[in-house]
Write a protein that binds this ligand. Structure first.
Ligand SMILES: [Zn+2]
Length: 486
């Protein structure tokens, strides 16, 4: 056994985490105190106490830390990371105008590459070992090749959800180039890079999207769709999908917020799942994050960050926002009825489960990742930060992950058995290249938009606030004393 100061993580060399609080996220959600996790090759070998490890194993001291499964994001528009933070003050309307109508067409293949590369590096840095790239900026298959080139450069697990907001899905999915791209870039059985089709049901009464669903069915590809987005995608789309037989257990309904009970019944009956982007739903306006409705209907949940044009791509934020949104709704509704909530329905443990095995199940990767169990692929995160006062005491491990930990506390990340981050530093990942690519894209877009459109896009108008009359604000005029003024 060796405990080197700068370990040599040679490919295939066993790794053992020692003395951690281990959140297995197995069926029984077993938690081990002072537990070990042994990895060899691509897989988890064993989880337990005082494990015997091979003599060449690298030992990682996880004392004071939490070892958990790699987190899974089931909906992120990675290409938009090249515009990180630009839309911080947007609503959904401004997002649509900017990307769908005005500037989305401007993005070249290298800009999609830049966003994806930066986003992919960001994901693994934050312990998000599997990310769905909801890639709806693929105007051409050159853009699609650029998207996949970036994903293949970063040692994470990815799912390309192919989409194109510049065409109807019935158009791009019928193009021979699309099928050619699929056969060139994807091989069945590769669990590091999978494929979905990504499109929304907005084509009207004729339901032209049917053709795209038929392509997905023929190619055996899951469909992911923004559903229940206020004023955009409706119950009508769900009904058409259901009547066409296109709702399946592999279908992911992103947001699923502004839907009727009838739609939730159809989703539940066909075995699909919802991907909640709580920070997005709260800020952009798709509808209230629907955790309580999904709970009532028994619909499985995974979490997502949607887009870094507003939010950062770490699931600590997603877990925290989701737990808070569920609770604040309960309190607000109770107070409206003059009541008090004494027991929360949603627990920290549940949102950690959504961020890990919830995502794996949604993606059909439940036998591959999402929990720490012998035989599964080793996607593992160690949360440990000896320089942070926030790591002690560690009393409620699920609560600690959700409400205390942050991305800077991600010490070690393993993807498919490979250590991609150790001691808070990325390994084998070229952040400088991603930074440079993003800078070039920003420079190009600033030129394409011009200074005025660039500035206006970032600073939407603020609606006027009607200031209420406050009777406790006194104005004093000559001859009057202490009388409320106007
Ligand atoms: Zn989205």
């Amino acid at each position: 056994m060796t405990t080197p100061s700068s370990p040599d993580f040679a490919p295939g060399r066993p790794v053992v985490f020692r003395n951690a609080t281990v959140l297995t996220m197995d069926d029984g959600h077993h938690v081990l105190r002072g537990g070990d996790v042994l990895i060899s090759g691509e897989r988890i070998v064993s989880v337990g106490h005082a494990l015997e490890a091979p003599s060449d194993a690298v030992e990682i001291d996880a004392t004071g830390g939490i070892v958990m499964p790699g987190m899974i994001d089931t909906h992120r528009h990675m290409w938009q990371t090249a515009m990180r933070g630009y839309g911080a003050d947007w609503t959904l309307s401004q997002y649509f105008v900017w990307y769908y109508l005005q500037w989305g067409k401007t993005f070249r293949p290298q800009d999609v590459y830049a966003g994806n590369l930066l986003s992919a590096v960001e994901a693994i840095d934050a312990g998000v070992t599997t990310t769905v790239d909801w890639s709806h900026g693929l105007q051409t298959t050159e853009h699609a090749d650029a998207a996949v080139d970036a994903l293949e450069e970063v040692p994470g697990r990815f799912v390309l959800a192919y989409g194109n907001i510049q065409q109807g899905p019935w158009e791009w999915s019928a193009a021979p180039e699309f099928r050619d791209f699929v056969s060139r870039r994807f091989t069945s059985g590769n669990d590091m890079l999978r494929l979905q089709m990504a499109f929304d049901i907005t084509g009207g009464e004729e339901f032209p999207e049917q053709a795209a669903f038929e392509v997905a069915r023929e190619l055996g590809l899951p469909v992911t769709t923004h559903a229940g987005v206020w004023g955009v995608t409706t119950d009508d789309g769900i009904r058409k999908m259901h009547e066409g037989g296109f709702m399946t257990p592999s279908t992911i309904y992103v947001h699923a917020s502004s839907l009727s009970a009838d739609s939730y019944n159809r989703i539940a009956a066909t075995g699909g799942s919802a991907s909640l982007s709580t920070e997005s739903e709260q800020s952009a306006g798709q509808g209230y994050p629907p955790t309580w409705k999904l709970r009532e209907h028994g619909i499985p949940v995974s979490l997502s960050m949607d887009t870094s044009v507003w939010w950062s791509g770490d699931l600590f934020s997603a877990m925290r926002a989701t737990l808070s949104a569920d609770r604040v709704r309960e309190h607000l509704e109770a107070h409206g009825k003059g009541e008090t909530v004494t027991n929360h329905k949603l627990r920290a443990e549940q949102v950690v489960s959504w961020a890990t095995r919830g995502g794996a199940d949604a993606l059909g990767l439940g036998s591959v990742t999402g929990s720490l169990e012998p035989g599964k692929k080793a996607d593992v995160v160690l949360i440990k930060n000896d320089d942070s006062p926030v790591m002690v005491p560690l009393l409620h491990p699920y609560g600690h992950v959700v409400f205390q930990a942050q991305r800077a506390d991600v010490h070690t990340v393993v993807v498919n058995g490979r250590v991609v981050k150790y001691g808070h530093r990325l390994l084998g990942t070229n952040l400088a290249k991603a930074r440079q690519a993003a800078e070039q894209t920003v420079e190009y877009l600033q030129g394409a938009l011009g200074p005025e459109a660039w500035t206006e896009g970032m600073h939407p108008e603020i609606p006027e606030t009607r200031v209420v009359n406050n009777p406790y604000t006194y104005t004093y005029t000559d001859g009057q004393d202490g009388q409320p003024g106007s």
